[in-house]
Design a protein around this ligand. Structure first.
Ligand SMILES: Cc1cc2nc3c(=O)[nH]c(=O)nc-3n(C[C@H](O)[C@H](O)[C@H](O)COP(=O)(O)OP(=O)(O)OC[C@H]3O[C@@H](n4cnc5c(N)ncnc54)[C@H](O)[C@@H]3O)c2cc1C
Ligand code: FES
Length: 292
C-alpha cells in the first residue's frame, strides 16, 4: 500500500499527487514511469514520474482526468492509499553533457519534463525549457521548471501568456538565434511531438520524444505498447519510452491510441453516473467522512 501525502488540483481536472514510495524513489531516475493500481480490482494505468524527492522518499505524479480510472483516482484524498505503485519502469532519459539542451513540455508532458531538465542541468548542460498550453489557466509547473532550467519560455495558443503560438513557434526562434542546439527532449500530445520532429528534422538536431501508447503490463510481455521506430517494432515500456523523434511512426501511434475510444467513453460515462462518483464528489464538497 502506498500512502498519498498530498493531492492538489493544479488546474481543472489535473491533480498532483505526492505519494510515499521510498524504495521506488531511491532507484528511479528521470524519464522513467510507474504503473498505478487504485485497488485490488483496479485498472493498471501508466504515469510518468513528475518529481522525485529522494530525501523524503516521495514520488510525484500528475494525473489528468480523461476516463474512468483517472476520474476515480483524482477523487482520492490525502491519507488514502494506492494498492500498487509499480516501478521504476522503462529506460532512463539520455542524460550526458551535450552542451545546449532544449526541453519541451506540452499539456500533461510538462510535469515529466521537469526531472529531465533538472538532470540535464546537473550534468552541466545549458538548459532552456519551453512549455505550452491552450491558454494561461492551463499552464502548470512554472515554479518547478524555472528551478530546473536556466531559462523558461512559455507559449499559449491564444496569446494569453508568453509567446502567442505553439511550442514550435518558440523552438523556431531558438533555432535561429545563432547558438547551435545540441539536444532536444520533448514530451506532450502526439501532434505536438510530431510537429517538433518535423521542425528539427532538416537541421539534423538530435531530438528525443517520450511516447505514451496504450500499456498493460509495462514489462514487454503483452505487446500493447507496440510502436514502429525506424521501420522496426519496439515496445515503448521496455525499449523506451524515449525514442529518436525522426524515426517514430506517429501516424500509426495515433491510430493505435484510438483503438478503444468507444469502450473508454462507455466506461467513463458509467462511472460519472455511478454511486461511487456521486459519493466521492459529495464527500469532496462537504469534507464529510460518513460512509454512503
Ligand atoms: C508511459 C506513459 C506515461 C503516462 N504519463 C501520464 C501522466 O503523467 N499523466 C497522465 O495524466 N497520463 C499519463 N499517461 C496516460 C494515462 O496512462 C492514461 O490517460 C490513463 O491510462 C487513462 O486511463 P482512464 O481509465 O482514465 O481512461 P481510459 O478510458 O482508459 O482512456 C482514456 C484515454 O487514455 C488513453 N489510455 C487508456 N489506457 C491507457 C494505458 N493503459 N496506457 C496509455 N494510455 C492509455 C486512451 O488512449 C484514451 O485516449 C501516460 C501513459 C503512458 C503510456
Ligand atoms: S505494455 Fe505490454 S509490452 Fe509494453
Amino acid at each position: 500500500m502506498y500512502k498519498i501525502i498530498e493531492i492538489v488540483e493544479i488546474c481543472p481536472k489535473v491533480c498532483r499527487f505526492r505519494i510515499e514510495a521510498s524504495k521506488l524513489v531511491k532507484k528511479a531516475v528521470a524519464g522513467q514511469f510507474v504503473i498505478l493500481r487504485q485497488h485490488e480490482r483496479g485498472e493498471r494505468i501508466p504515469m510518468s514520474i513528475g518529481g522525485l524527492d529522494k530525501e523524503n522518499g516521495i514520488l510525484t505524479v500528475v494525473i489528468q482526468e480523461v476516463g474512468k480510472t483517472s476520474a476515480s483516482m483524482n477523487r482520492m484524498k490525502a491519507g488514502d492509499h494506492f494498492r500498487d505503485v509499480v516501478g521504476p519502469l522503462g529506460l532512463p532519459s539520455h542524460v550526458e553533457k551535450f552542451g545546449r539542451c532544449v526541453c519541451i513540455g506540452g499539456g500533461l508532458g510538462i510535469p515529466p519534463i521537469a526531472p529531465i531538465a533538472l538532470a540535464l542541468k546537473e550534468a552541466g548542460n545549458q538548459v532552456e525549457t519551453i512549455i505550452g498550453a491552450r491558454t494561461k489557466d492551463l499552464l502548470i509547473y512554472q515554479e518547478e521548471l524555472t528551478a530546473a532550467s536556466h531559462k523558461l519560455h512559455i507559449a499559449t495558443d491564444d496569446g494569453s501568456f508568453g509567446t502567442h503560438g505553439f511550442v514550435t513557434t518558440v523552438l523556431e526562434q531558438l533555432m535561429k538565434d545563432g547558438t547551435p542546439i545540441d539536444n532536444i527532449m520533448a514530451i506532450g500530445p502526439v501532434p505536438m511531438m510530431k510537429a517538433i520532429a518535423e521542425t528539427t528534422r532538416a537541421a539534423g538536431i538530435k531530438t528525443w520524444v517520450s511516447l505514451n501508447p496504450i500499456m498493460v503490463d509495462g514489462t514487454g510481455m503483452c505487446g500493447a505498447c507496440r510502436v514502429t521506430v525506424g521501420g522496426k517494432t519496439k515496445f515503448a515500456c521496455v525499449d523506451g519510452p524515449d525514442f529518436d523523434a525522426h524515426l517514430v511512426d506517429f501516424d500509426e501511434m495515433t491510430s493505435r491510441l484510438k483503438m478503444y475510444h468507444k469502450q473508454e467513453k462507455i466506461a467513463y460515462d458509467k462511472f460519472l453516473h455511478s454511486e461511487e462518483c456521486s459519493y466521492k464528489d459529495a464527500k469532496a464538497q462537504t469534507g464529510s467522512e460518513t460512509e454512503a
